[in-house]
Design a protein around this ligand. Structure first.
Ligand SMILES: NC(=O)c1ccc[n+]([C@@H]2O[C@H](COP(=O)([O-])OP(=O)(O)OC[C@H]3O[C@@H](n4cnc5c(N)ncnc54)[C@H](OP(=O)(O)O)[C@@H]3O)[C@@H](O)[C@H]2O)c1
Length: 278
């Protein structure tokens, strides 16, 4: 028996990739697809939208319809869908793999409430490489402490709407957590004009939006006389889709809770070699 996946945001860049991946991976079938109500994708065949030919799954406009038809829901849409998706998953008791980034506090609270009832995997980046990058960044921050300036540089395609990327913010939180800093207090987003010398405890973010860049993240640790740069480059969107399916299979067997890709990969709490932030 294969796991039925319901895709929210099925007509988007990631959604179409997720539809394609459903046909490439063993153990899954596309059970349902949904996109923005009133949008041009509604009623169309999800396979045709993804350039695959008809799969017999029409894009629904009601989130509840797509959620009920699925065993596990994968949502890569936009934050304005999140509360509706969370409430539909809670009502139907369906695990959720959430890829949508840029959530506000109320949207995040809805996800947190859902995680009390079902398994929720939430990751700003579903690639294995970025999951490992985060662990390596924590290890570097732990070893370097306050001796290095930390800057996070990210680049994405021209269509991306949120900045800095969810992944960049997650990397910033990882550094801040290890160094005992509050990211809200210490983050600096871009620089311009007479800003004065850099405060060592700040964590800087630089954003590039250009062309068709799938996603690049560098965490730079610069001290006196040397610097360390840890970089991940995604070259295909399919890496996120395959990671999301891995998370969906894993979530289908988990008790309620909020998890991330480290849990899915089985490296939670160990890869960085750190037991607790100092
Ligand atoms: N976690 C990761 O690994 C990862 C990787 C890549 C992207 N992302 C994130 O995934 C999200 C989608 O990215 P994308 O590049 O695929 O964006 P996109 O091309 O804009 O696709 C989003 C799709 O969701 C639809 N949508 C918007 N609101 C909706 C609603 N309320 N209900 C149902 N569908 C709705 C959009 O319709 P309209 O066009 O009508 O708005 C669009 O078809 C973003 O938040 C992005 O940052 C995460």
């Amino acid at each position: 028996m294969t796991l039925g996946i319901g895709i929210i945001g099925a007509a988007g860049r990631m959604g179409r990739m997720l539809v394609e991946a459903s046909q490439q991976l063993d153990g899954f079938h596309l059970a349902a697809a949904c996109d923005r109500a009133g949008g041009s994708a509604v009623g169309r065949d999800a396979g045709e939208l993804a350039g695959l030919g008809a799969l017999g799954v029409q894009v629904a406009e009601k989130v509840t319809e797509a959620v009920q038809a699925a065993d596990v829901v994968i949502d890569f849409s936009l934050p304005d869908a999140t509360e509706r998706v969370a409430s539909a998953c809670a009502d139907a008791g369906r695990p959720l793999v959430l890829g949508t980034t840029g959530l506000g506090p109320e949207q995040q609270a809805a996800v947190d409430r859902l995680a009390e009832q079902v398994a929720v995997v939430q990751a700003a980046n579903y690639s294995t490489g970025v999951t490992l990058l985060t662990a390596l960044v924590e290890q570097a921050a732990h070893a370097l402490g306050d001796s290095a300036d930390v800057e996070i540089i990210e680049a994405h395609h021209r269509h991306k709407v949120d900045a800095p990327s969810g992944t960049a913010l997650r990397l910033g939180e990882a550094v801040a957590g290890v160094l005992g800093r509050d990211l809200h207090e210490h983050a600096v987003y871009g620089r311009e004009g007479q800003e004065g010398p850099r405060d060592r405890r700040t964590i800087g973010f630089e954003t590039i939006r250009a062309g068709d860049i799938v996603g690049e993240h560098t965490v730079l640790f610069a001290g006196d006389g040397e610097r360390l740069e840890l970089t991940h480059k995604a070259s295909r969107r399919s890496t996120f889709a395959f990671g999301a399916y891995r998370a969906a299979m894993w979530a289908s067997q988990q008790p309620p809770g909020r998890y991330d890709m480290r849990d899915v990969l089985g490296i939670a709490g160990s890869a960085a070699g750190i037991e607790s932030p100092r």
